[in-house]
Design a protein around this ligand. Structure first.
Ligand code: 8GP
Length: 740
């Protein structure tokens, strides 16, 4: 999820001024031109954007890395809002071409599907031969990712599917010419469209085809390059480290075994020893139900040889496991790569753990959950495999590109631009926090960014907002666990209080602009209802003359990287309020932190580490802790929820915001006894945290200090740190400086 590339590229190449000057001579303004670029949205949410940050850091830190992916013709859908409802429109982002990509017409590979497997005798040795039923061609499109302050540029190689040159002669000869051409064209569909659900793609044939297409082309490419310089596969682990970013590429384990055993004839155990040394795995999901499973029938018909290989890997693993743990059949069946049951499936996470030398979590809390719950059995077997590497974001994109005024201010007061490559230097801001002119300049920068955001809000929604109000933002994918509904209920409560106050009391209230943005997966009914409720509440609140500037609610449509670049620098407060134990890490909070925005958060994911850096006095923390959540859920119906929560729920149920019937099922999800994400039991402390934020905001000096300290604490959350940790601990690679 790269977003735009122009500004980032000229900044990383260090040619920003010359480029702007050259454009000027041609009669264009850089800023105006940069706005014309569309976003590359080739992923869904946190994981996809994190990958883009990782690429920027890999390039900047001179690591010799490649990224692989699919060149979807339709990226993540565009969200438009009609009468408060989300509608999805196709994102045909390649309409005017993509100026950054280089089509490599000579870098193509055949990717095979379906067919049968035969056993043949080759010089006395039994060899499996896969006779595919369909062949598709993968064509490489290279997208250069320049590092900052280095000549190093790395490559993001994206694959597009094209019909293969292999003709089905039979079909042509029998005269079914037109149908043969149509079938050939259908193969291009593989790289057509990104699946827009960021959690579940279970059992979708096209999704599996996409995964294998991506994996097969990438591995052929990697092995070809390896073979150009080496002729002994024993050297593969020395030369190649393959990182599985979640389970989506984990078919590569079976594919590389197939290549080494069937095509390179290394023999199973030799191939297995090699494969075990090259894979590492990071999981980005928390709950076991979120883990990918592929039905055996589907996999067997699409990739018959791979299914055999997966069975063999599993059978060897089960034998080895029995030797270690005995005949504990429950545990054996939990750890098996094959899940028995109504739909027999391959557990992709189990496969990735068994075959990787390292299993990573993305924050300390996440890692603990993996060790004690999700992958407990595996942790007890291989404790040494489990690590965590806290996520990070790149300060190049999230400060230098998106917040030029803050960038200039930081360099001025830190006396150097070195923080752009070494974010640890941001701690130096602490030395100036008591300096009034620094604080004044800081305030001015925030005001400027709020102005920019206010203009955008007015253009997008027609709502005029006051710059003196606190800009309170929650932008991320819409999910029940991320609890946008808690935020909306908080806003309803605030509105209700305002309505019941007399004029004098109203004068003391801190004005708020509540900003919510994010996409719901097209089939996720409850998430779509949350969006609709947000609009219904906004309609009521924003048009209430009684309330005026004291409270505004705005939904920003089509949240993407470019919108984030505008919204984040302009936020005073941002919300990261997932039910504890559900957000693996969260990277949005890190971007807000870097931009001097205060956090209102639960102790979930990376927030716990943010607190370690920032101190709990400098953010607004609330809600149940991870270790309390299970107990609260057990109490279920016996839980006491605050009266305010019940009142807000009643208002929605009674149709105070219209569409009474439509919102009933949404309300059911948070009713006592049914409230899995614990909105009711966290509501009281949420309101307290909001009240604490209001209190701090009326003391501008205190607020600005907290804002400065937030940015000063953000250095640890640079993806440069993340990548360095991966390089040193997981991949064991050194930087490799560009010699030119
Ligand atoms: C996200 C996590 O939800 C988020 O907490 C984390 O910061 C981010 O990954 C990067 O690590 N996970 C996903 O986007 C995700 O699980 N996507 C599903 C398709 C696996």
């Amino acid at each position: 999820m790269i977003g735009r590339s122009l500004s980032n590229s000229v900044i990383n190449l260090g040619i920003q001024d010359q480029y702007a000057e050259a454009l000027n001579q041609l009669g264009f303004e850089f800023e105006v031109l940069a706005e014309q670029e569309g976003d590359a949205s080739l992923g869904n949410g946190g994981l996809a954007r994190f990958s883009a940050c990782q690429m920027d850091s890999l390039a900047t830190l001179d690591y010799p890395a490649w990224g692989y992916g699919l060149r979807y013709e339709y990226g993540l859908f565009r969200q438009i809002i009609v009468d408060g409802f989300q509608h999805e429109q196709p994102d045909y982002w390649l309409n005017f071409g993509n100026p950054w990509e280089i089509e490599r017409i000579h870098v193509t590979y055949e990717v095979k599907f379906n067919g049968t497997v035969e056993e043949v005798d080759m010089n006395g040795e039994k060899v499996k031969v896969w006779i595919p039923g369909e062949t598709v061609e993968a064509v490489a499109y290279d997208n250069p990712i320049p590092g900052y302050g280095t000549k190093n540029t790395i490559n993001l190689r994206l694959w597009a599917a094209k019909p293969s040159n292999q003709f089905d002669l039979e079909a042509y000869n029998t005269g079914d010419y037109i149908n043969s051409i149509v079938n050939r064209q259908n193969t291009e569909a593989i790289s057509n469209v990104l699946y827009p659900d960021d959690r579940s793609h279970q059992g979708k044939e096209m999704r599996l085809k996409q995964q294998y297409f991506f994996v097969s082309a990438s591995l052929q490419d990697i092995i070809r390059r390896f073979k150009e310089a080496h002729n002994n596969f024993d050297e593969l682990p020395e030369q190649v480290a393959l990182h599985l970013n979640d389970t989506h590429p984990s078919l590569s384990i079976a594919e590389i075994m197939r290549i080494l055993v069937d095509e390179e004839h290394l023999g199973w155990s030799k191939a297995w020893n090699i494969v075990n040394k090259i894979f590492s795995f990071t999981t980005h999901t928390v709950v076991a139900e979120g883990l990918e499973k592929i039905p055996v029938d589907l996999l067997g018909s699409l990739l018959p040889r791979h299914l055999q290989i997966l069975y063999e890997i599993n059978s060897n693993f089960m034998e080895e496991l029995k030797k270690k743990i005995g005949l504990d059949y429950n545990r054996l069946s939990r750890m098996s790569i094959i899940e028995e049951g109504a739909v027999k499936s391959i557990r992709m996470a189990n496969l990735s753990i068994v075959c990787s030398h390292t299993v990573n979590g993305v924050s300390k809390v996440h890692s603990n959950t993996l060790k004690t719950k999700t992958f407990k059995d595996f942790y007890e077997l291989w404790p040494e495999k489990f690590q965590y590497t806290t996520n990070g974001v790149t300060q190049r994109r999230w400060i230098v590109v998106s917040n030029p005024s803050l960038c200039a201010l930081l360099s001025k007061w830190l006396g150097t631009e070195a923080w752009i490559r070494n974010a640890d230097l941001l701690t130096g801001l602490r030395d100036h926090v008591d300096n009034t002119s620094f604080r004044h300049e800081w305030k001015m920068v925030k005001r400027l960014n709020k102005m920019r955001l206010a203009e955008y809000i007015e253009t997008m929604s027609g709502v005029k907002v006051s710059l003196d109000a606190m800009f309170d933002v929650q932008v991320k994918r819409i999910h029940e666990y991320k609890r946008q509904l808690l935020n909306i209920f908080g806003i309803i409560h605030r509105y209700d209080c305002l309505k019941n106050m007399d004029k004098n009391d109203r004068r003391k209230v801190v004005p708020r602009v509540c900003i919510i943005g994010g996409k719901a997966a097209p089939g996720y009914e409850i998430a779509k209802k949350i969006i609709k409720l947000c609009h219904a509440v906004a309609e009521k609140v924003n048009n209430d003359a009684d309330i005026g500037d004291l409270l505004k609610l705005v939904f920003i449509p089509d949240y993407n990287v470019s919108v984030a670049e505008l919204v984040i620098p302009g936020a005073d407060l941002s919300q990261h309020i997932s039910t504890a134990g559900h957000e693996a890490s969260g990277t949005g909070s890190m971007k807000f932190l870097m931009n001097g925005c205060l956090l209102l958060a639960t102790a979930d994911g990376s927030t716990v580490e943010i607190i370690e850096e920032l101190g709990s006095d400098n953010l607004f923390l609330f809600g149940a802790k991870v270790e309390e959540v299970a107990e609260l859920r057990e109490k279920g119906g016996a839980l006491k929820v605050p009266l305010q929560f019940a009142r807000v729920l009643r208002m929605v149920r009674d149709g105070y915001f219209g569409d009474k019937d439509y919102f009933q099922s949404l309300c059911d999800t948070v009713e006592v006894g049914n409230d899995f994400y614990l909105l009711g039991s966290d509501f009281g402390s949420y309101l307290e945290a909001q009240a604490a934020a209001d209190k701090a905001f009326v003391e501008p000096d205190k607020w600005i200090k907290m804002s400065i300290l937030s940015a000063a604490a953000s250095g640890r959350f640079s993806s440069d740190r993340t990548i360095r940790e991966y390089a040193e601990r997981t991949w064991k690679i050194d930087p490799c400086q560009c010699p030119f």
